[in-house]
Design a protein around this ligand. Sequence first.
Ligand SMILES: Nc1ncnc2c1ncn2[C@@H]1O[C@H](COP(=O)(O)OP(=O)(O)OP(=O)(O)O)[C@@H](O)[C@H]1O
Length: 376
Amino acid sequence: MTARENSRSRSDEVAGGSLNDQLGEKYPSRLSVAEVASFEDAETVDKDTTRVNTSTVDSPDIAVSVTGLSKRFGEGAEAVTAVNDVSFDIETGSIVGLLGPNGAGKTTLIKSILGMVLPDSGTVRIQGVDLYDRPREAYASVDAMLEGARNDYWRLTVRENLRYFATISGVDPDSVSDRHERLLTQLGLAEKADVPVRELSRGMKQKVSLASVLAGGAEVVFLDEPTLGLDIESSRTLQRELRRLVEEEALTVILSSHDMDVVETVCDRVLIMSDGEIIADDTVDALLHRSDRHCIRITSRDLDETIVSTLQNRFDTIRTESGNYGTQIEVTTDSDGLYDLLGRLRSEDVTLERVRTVEPDLEDVFVDLTSERRDR
Ligand SMILES: Nc1ncnc2c1ncn2[C@@H]1O[C@H](COP(=O)(O)OP(=O)(O)OP(=O)(O)O)[C@@H](O)[C@H]1O
């Protein structure tokens, strides 16, 4: 029996209840390779193999490859397809954002890649190694931080946490002490290295969590809401550090966040999920320029209720606001619609105080794509 069949039959025993819940209790929100590997049946683990066997590597540039992954929960009319035939590759040394509305399937997808949920079909290869056939080998270079900074050991100092997480990743902490010192300096934690984590601010704890994820030398990391609850400055520091690690050390990051600014700033590429499927997979830049729809903000003292109502009937109006500056109306339209809009305003004798094009941000694109999908 292969590892996959083996774990599948075992998992089927628990899948009737709530596999996620049971695993949620079993796993901390910060996983380590050793902890993930403990999920395997002992006899399925190839103990002699500790690193990627290059003969199985498809392309050294692909860190994670997911093919045809599907996962359904429940049976019959109650069944929910959480992930539906999802495929993508993630290049080594890149940050890929995973976005989607609540219930889109992001967590199930990430947990399937991390081996915390067993998919019904599909394959996952990490640095070319099949996750389900050779999990220990596949996870040798993977670590994850799920749900923020909750799983560091608060009584241990910052440095002790790094040593602890390196150890449970199977690495002798003395052999990576230089790396730890570098991480402490890079993340602005050096001065607090010997302070127990419980005495640190939330932002500092978050950084300790990230440092712990990287302490064992992980090359592929999954970060779920890494900036949750951070103030703007700490969030920016963390984002800068992530970019630096990706650019200088070829770290590969799969990041899930509801903060679109973070995703827009740090990610090279974004996967948007809806109803278990990937509905967009592109660079941030391409997503921002995916259509010729413009948002135009017009301000005028001549925009009375009748004209506003005409515009609202004719155009896709996002926002209307009145103040002592007059009335401001924001519409989204394409190039032809823009001429139409200006023609109408002219025919109504509206004097324009101000016309501004508002570039869509990632949040606008996300809302557009997911509502298009909902309306289908
Ligand atoms: N253990 C489970 N048992 C039954 N249904 C589940 C289970 N886990 C997830 N689901 C369902 O699968 C779908 C996808 O859920 P998932 O948690 O993966 O979405 P998500 O995109 O991570 O959502 P959120 O942003 O709210 O965390 C939802 O309809 C959810 O109710």
